[in-house]
Design a protein around this ligand. Structure first.
Ligand code: PMV
Length: 313
């Protein structure tokens, strides 16, 4: 009655921001992501006298963990649990720690109690806690769309081995958690209806670009989706401003690299880190350029990796 599961974060290329008015934490827009192969969440679950959750060695009372366990217990007979989750990277700083965290948690509970869930069911349960977590159940290029709202693999990581360089510009926890930010954008941004209306086209075009391995087309769509989401955030009231000066400097640097012929584009989530996605042959130039940007504290280099897995499997 004990299991260890691991999962990597994923980075959305077509962004999710906003929830549908439906139960179960259903997104208002489809999304497309890549699962990484470096940053890792390791989650151990075991039977215990009462539910206890420890994150990075400290007791935590994140209500999303209790809600996730409640959802599991609506379907399965699960005793009180000790859950220990450790990230080998900064938590809640726009590096998608909730995505890898909930994918690993559901996968660990499934393994510990021999529940034999399908990957789609694990993805559904992870989504109820954090919609981006639905995507970390799978590896490579992953989609999350209506009507099922369980993630699905689109293209295996080995089929198009892109590289991701993450420029860490700040490691503090984010100011406004994504769920609060999404509620604020839906309630106050005049751009919200246009965001929801245009997301389907971006998603379908980007899915085609991935299947065609069309880097230029994917670069155009991913930067558009990222900047449109940040436009939505900025136009919320009060405005959600997740960037710092180094974030913006990295975006200009990446645009300049692309103008010089490097195959690279950027994306940024609800935090100040910049993710540069490139073809393998451009990795060296991207690392060199971003390491010279003032305010960049650390570069993390990743390939594309697998979905959540159980230790020893
Ligand atoms: O699923 P959440 O609550 O972690 O929200 C994720 C939101 C973004 O990272 C900004 C976009 C995305 O699709 O991952």
């Amino acid at each position: 009655m004990r299991a260890v599961a691991r999962a990597h974060p994923n980075i959305a290329l077509i962004k999710y921001w906003g929830k549908a008015p439906a139960p179960g934490n259903v997104p208002a827009v489809p999304s497309l992501s890549i699962t990484l192969d470096t940053l890792t969440t390791t989650t151990t679950v075991s039977e215990s006298g009462a539910d206890v959750f420890r994150l990075d060695g400290r007791q935590s009372d994140d209500p999303r963990v209790a809600a996730c366990l409640d959802n599991l217990r609506r379907r399965y007979d699960i005793p009180p649990l000790s859950v220990q989750s450790d990230n080998d990277f900064p938590t809640a700083a726009g590096l998608a720690s909730s995505a890898s965290g909930f994918a690993a948690l559901v996968t660990a509970v499934d393994a510990a109690f021999g529940l034999r869930m399908t990957p789609a069911e694990r993805s559904e349960l992870a989504r109820q806690a954090s919609a981006s977590a639905a995507r970390s159940v799978f590896g490579g290029f992953v989609t999350l769309e209506a009507p099922a709202w369980t993630a699905e693999p689109l293209l295996d990581e080995a089929e198009w081995p892109l590289r991701v360089i993450i420029a860490v510009t700040d490691t503090a926890s984010k100011a406004v958690p994504s769920s609060d930010g999404m509620r604020r954008s839906a309630a106050t941004s005049p751009f919200y209806p246009a965001w929801v209306d245009s997301a389907g086209d971006d998603f379908r075009s980007a899915s085609s670009a991935v299947l065609a391995r069309d880097f230029a087309m994917l670069a155009d769509l991913a930067e558009h989706s990222c900047l449109k989401m940040h436009g939505l955030m900025l136009s919320s009231r009060p405005g959600l401003l997740y960037w710092n000066a180094a974030t913006l400097a990295c975006l200009h640097r990446i645009r300049a690299l692309r103008a010089d012929g490097e195959a690279v584009f950027f994306t940024v989530d609800a935090g100040p880190q910049v993710k540069a996605v490139c073809l393998p042959e451009s990795e060296g130039a991207v690392v060199d350029a971003l390491s010279g940007v003032s305010g960049v504290r650390q570069l993390l280099v990743s390939g594309l990796g697998p979905g959540a897995w159980v230790d020893g499997s």
